[in-house]
Design a protein around this ligand. Sequence first.
Ligand code: AMP
Length: 659
Amino acid sequence: MDYRAEMRELREKLNHNAYLYYVLDAPTMPDYDYDRLSRRLEELEREHPEEITPDSPTQRIGDHILEGFTPYSHAVPLESLQDVFSADEVAEFCGRTEEALGTDSVEYSLEPKVDGLSVALEYRDGVFVSGATRGDGRVGEDVTENLRTIRSIPMSLPEKLPRLIVRGEVYMARSVFAELNAQREIRGEPLLANPRNAAAGSLRQLDPKIAAGRRLDIQIFNLQLAEGRKFVSHTETLDYLSSQQFKVIPHRVEHTVQGCQQEISDINERRMDYPFDMDGAVIKVNSLADRELLGSTVKCPKWAIAYKYPPEKKLSRVLDIVVQVGRTGVLTPRAVLEPVHLAGTTVQSATLHNEDYIKSKDIRIGDTVMVQKAGEIIPEIVEVERSRRPEGTEPYRMPQTCPACGAPVYRDADGAAVRCTGAECPAQLLRNIAHFASRDAMDIDGLGPAVIQQMIDAGLIRSAADLYDLQAQDIAQLDRMGEKSAENAVAAIAKSKDNDLSKLLYGLGIRQVGVKAARVLSAHFRSFDALAAASAEELTQIGDVGEITARSILDWLASPQSQDLIAHLKSSGVRMESGEKPADQRFSGMTFVLTGTLSGYDRKTAEELIESRGGKAASSVSKRTTYVVAGEEAGSKLRKAQELGVPVLSEEEFAQMLQ
Ligand code: AMP
């Protein structure tokens, strides 16, 4: 087959499969085959770049970063909608319309109102050429490159009309939103506020790669212009757009006020069946000729309205108050409710945000409460019915220890949040270890959140320090981990042992200790033990370390879980010093205590000699001391060493070890 024909066939196959996958949600081609065909097309396109067409699936993600967005004039304005808030207003709209049209049989199309942002897509001769945001309705911004990344937007259409413009709503699916935020939380990145803002922000990214990563989607809800085609009704245009492989908004035709009101209520009930958030229902006159007759006001068509669902409220009872520990260690109380049906879902719990919130409303277990749900918003308790409070209830108190790990909790200095202090709290494990391994921290190559999660699930690790006990064969059992990658992982973990103290300090995830504070602390103290011995005053005297940070460091150091973690890291040979690591490592892991007077060296020189060989010089003797070096007139330290059974070196023996 000639390469042109092969390229065409590959494009068609891949595009058709993307249509089945992204528009109809019914994929038929296995991923493996899809990837293989994509690779082949890429290969041919590299050999014959002049044959690349704009509708090639390889062209969805551009690789150049834009400098800004250029204005785009809409050929047909993107109008706004008049909002209504009650069933009566819907009846008024229908009455007004019927009167204006002089008939009592009007067809209405009812659709969910997608809560995203409006765009226009323009096709010339069946090929997608540009797309823009709504802007003020007349002039928007050209966001073509980002729109290309949306897989459910067809790049070419079966029918090649000279010019076609459609309008749709770009959104981020609820499931994608939840997934992206879970990843962001683990990486410690700021969370996306809600799917709508996430979609809007993504579409205005100057780097199309970022937009592509946000996995946006679209629902097409209007035909703006179709040169060379005539239609009678809105629903006919929607059917046509479906035939042209667009993802078209769910719609239903009604003929009466009651029918419209019923469908409005049904759309609300189906809310959770839609992958997108919605913020109302749209009622539109179906006949295009009637739309012409009705016309528009300055901003809105007179042939459509948007019905906004009021927040629904119902009484329920607080069966219990439970506390969840989030991945960042924040304890969030939640009310367990007697199930009530609200806004299309069965509500069984409501967020209580934090302790102050519960206190301000005085919510108690056993209370009858008014629960409200507005759209996708998490259900909330609006108020407590005090008159129905049973006897013997008590004000709610947050637990003093973490429900997930039992460690003490503390109240954030900077807010109402209560946090768990447990360094090995299972609720925070993934995040803590992922943070430990991250680039600015211990920088362990190939150890992303997915692998770490697998290690936790397989019971291989319960703390960051456990990483250093892993063997290649343990890791090789994990999903999608061959022997080679397991060995690489072990090597990367081992390599991280030599990191500078600043990376370790940051990796420990002590609150308030970011990259900068970790660097400052490690440059000042030079060793972990020196930091651990510091008082609050000493800490706050360092520039960049405030009282809150100092408190947070001391709290962290005081926790038994932190101490275990540090001991485990030390015994694994993780370096606890800052600065260049000495090349001579013969004293690595050893602690020396000097006592008495040495004839050959002064105290400071002797300490430097120890440190320059990778050892540590300490001032007091403990079980962990490796050697005590005893000079002339050695005193209490020598006695202590003898008591504890710590080996004692004479000056000569010490000198020999230094050689
Ligand atoms: P508003 O922005 O509140 O004036 O509401 C009008 C907006 O609703 C339009 O600009 C569209 O972006 C959006 N919208 C969402 N779904 C639909 C739909 N099915 N039909 C019409 N407009 C819709």
